[in-house]
Unconditional design. Structure first.
Length: 320
């Protein structure tokens, strides 16, 4: 019997929901989250990110999100974040901003900017309250609530809270959140019968489980997640013992080291000894923001030269 998968494993999530064959599932999920009005439901989306080569996803630093565009031009980014790194508020703003300003080249009219939506699927509670599991943020005037414009929309789905409701799902979003909480058995089967998107996701999930190469990468990502939890727990324990300020310094130092190791491991796996010079340059970078930017680009490069442009901060490979 094939072992069931963890649906919040970012690699499995991307393969199931962020593939061409998974578009029906993705559209069903997006309509459940965004709840468009009558006649405005999404019927198609375009996947914008490149296919990922499983051979190079060897570390926990790779960011496996889904980026799609609607027929109206709106950008939608979906990311699963299971480990609480205590920075999800700033992290999501950072990536939202990158998507928004990245729509324009130098000199282009600001009118070309399109609505940008971020959906964060959290494996932990971030907001106060036990019953509210879906939070939506927009840009509004403080006193009147007037909307500046609808270009920014950020969603947070807190998966643990849906399990505390102790009742059957009331709508499609609750059904999807139960699916992402790894619900199995008769209840999942009943939900799939009335939810075509989830039924499609389960079908793709079965195919995914039987693919040995996909399972291997999935298992690597599961191990990376466990390592991340251990690292965070260790840094937290040291921080509590030595004081909050020192704990933050330790956490940042570990984050820098982890990012450097992840980039170097990828370069070694992809380019071998030819990348030794670049690996040394990576070790000279000590700013976590710069390393994070390199990580977000390095997995898409097609040559050693492009890798050098990313690491050195030059060329289209870095700024695109």
């Amino acid at each position: 019997m094939v072992q069931r998968i963890n649906r919040t494993n970012d690699y499995a999530f991307k393969r199931i929901m962020g593939s061409e064959e998974g578009k029906e599932a993705l559209i069903g999920f997006l309509n459940a989250v965004l709840k468009p009005g009558p006649g405005k439901k999404l019927t198609s989306v375009q996947l914008l990110d490149r296919e990922l080569d499983p051979r190079y996803l060897l570390d926990r630093a790779a960011r496996l999100d889904i980026l799609a565009q609607t027929a109206a031009g709106a950008l939608i980014n979906i990311e699963v974040q299971i480990a609480n790194q205590y920075n999800i508020d700033k992290r999501t703003l950072y990536y939202w901003a990158g998507l928004y300003y990245g729509q324009l080249s130098s000199g282009e009219n600001f009118r070309r900017l399109r609505k940008t939506i971020t959906i964060n699927i959290l494996g932990f509670g971030w907001f106060a309250g036990k019953n509210k599991y879906h939070h939506i943020f927009q840009l509004r005037e403080k006193d009147t609530g007037e909307l500046l414009n609808d270009d920014i929309e950020i969603h947070f789905l807190e998966l643990p809270k849906i399990m505390e409701l102790d009742r059957r799902p009331n709508d499609a979003l609750e059904e999807w959140m139960l699916y992402l909480n790894n619900l199995e058995g008769k209840e999942m089967e009943e939900i799939a019968m009335s939810n075509p998107g989830i039924k499609k996701a389960l079908t793709i999930e079965q195919i995914f489980q039987k693919n040995k190469r996909e399972r291997r990468v999935y298992e690597l990502r599961e191990k990376a997640y466990r390592d991340e939890l251990s690292a965070l727990a260790g840094a937290r324990a040291e921080g509590e013992a030595a004081g909050e300020a020192r704990g933050e310094a330790i956490g940042e130092a570990r984050g820098i080291k982890m990012a450097q190791e992840a980039i170097c491991k990828y370069l070694e796996a992809r380019f071998g000894d030819a990348s030794l010079g670049l690996q040394e340059k990576v070790k000279q970078h000590t700013e976590i923001e710069k390393l994070d930017k390199i990580i977000n680009k390095i997995y898409t490069v097609r040559s050693l030269e492009e890798a050098g442009a990313v690491i050195n901060g030059t060329g289209s490979a870095y700024f695109d």
